[in-house]
Ligand binder design. Structure first.
Ligand code: ATP
Length: 301
């Protein structure tokens, strides 16, 4: 069996002449927790919809479990094996919480009652209340409760902790980690970089429809460095950019740059230009994100 649960090749979606997803190659391995990041409007939800056959790609290919979401029958087979929390949480407003749960349960013969019971207790959901009256966080909890007990091979979660308080978020993340340890693959989008950093083993960062950073989280953090340099005179920006640095902070005689390669060359170049001090430090996922994912207008920071 292929190690890849999700695979896309040059996947593209154009809306009104504008690329929402602009030719992405994704590879999500079995059993991994893959964080899918990007600023608002970068194309995360559109990608997820294409993976599940909920919207058609303009071009390119997607495979989930080796199946083609574009094919009607294969799309159904994919959706049967996926636990999905959609961006809008996909709930029926005009039923009670308990009805929504029993209705969903009836579609899944392998439904895990033990997980359902644990989540009902943890989330303290008002079972008799109408779904319409649930708060934002409660809606997220219900959407998770409808997705996690399915014994799905793949969980696709579009902002699964949106609106949850920190304690419930923490418990939910631990449940997800436990499910991944049991062999479930998790592909999730989130704006919370600390959560992604806490549980993901692999990340992809989207910027205006393109993947700009991708890889195992450990490797990314291992490779990226912040280099802070102080010079006797004006910082030699051009020489350092030519050596591979992406500049991101500058005051007259000091420069902080960010690099995932050629760190030694940049440091050598700094000393060649009479640097008074050079400090190389590791970075967080947040710094990688802020450096690589620009605003929709492309104005940068
Ligand atoms: P967010 O973090 O805000 O949820 P996202 O990364 O999920 O954003 P998408 O919802 O995929 O981003 O949107 C990507 C781009 O595609 C945006 O510019 C959005 O306006 C556009 N878009 C999404 N859906 C449609 C649609 N049905 N028709 C036209 N444009 C769309």
């Amino acid at each position: 069996m292929s190690k890849l649960i999700i695979e896309t090749k040059n996947l593209k979606k154009i809306y009104g002449g504008k690329a929402a997803v602009d030719g992405i190659d994704l590879a999500v391995e079995r059993g991994s927790i893959h964080g899918f990041l990007g600023r608002n409007g970068s194309g995360k939800t559109t990608t997820i919809k294409m993976l599940l056959g909920l919207t058609h790609p303009t071009s390119g290919e997607a495979r989930v479990f080796g199946l083609n979401p574009e094919d009607r029958k294969e799309g159904v087979r994919i959706r049967r094996r996926v636990g999905f929390v959609s961006e809008d949480k996909g709930l029926y407003d005009h039923v009670k919480v308990e009805q929504m749960i029993s209705f969903t349960r009836s579609f899944f013969p392998n439904w895990d009652l033990e997980v359902e019971g644990r989540l009902i207790e943890l989330f303290e959901l008002p079972l008799r209340q109408s779904v319409k009256k649930l708060s934002k966080g409660m809606r997220t909890k219900l959407a998770l409760l409808l997705a996690l007990p399915r014994r799905a091979d793949l969980l696709v979660l579009d902002e699964p902790t949106e609106g949850l308080d920190p304690a419930i978020t923490e418990d939910t993340l631990q449940i997800l980690v436990g499910m991944a340890a049991g062999g479930t693959t998790i592909f999730f989008s989130s704006h919370s970089l600390s959560e992604v950093e806490q549980i993901a083993d692999h990340v992809s960062i989207l910027d205006r429809g393109r993947i700009v950073v991708e890889g195992p989280l450990d490797e990314l953090k291992e490779n990226y460095r912040r280099i802070h340099m102080v010079f006797e005179e004006e910082a030699p920006e051009k020489a350092l950019v030519a050596a591979g640095a992406a500049q991101f902070r500058r005051v007259p005689r000091s420069l902080t740059v960010f690099a995932d390669r050629d760190v030694e060359t940049i440091v050598d170049r700094a000393y060649l230009h009479n640097a008074v001090s050079v400090e190389v430090a590791p970075v967080t996922l947040k710094e990688i994100f802020l450096e690589c994912a620009r605003s929709e207008t492309g104005g940068g920071r």
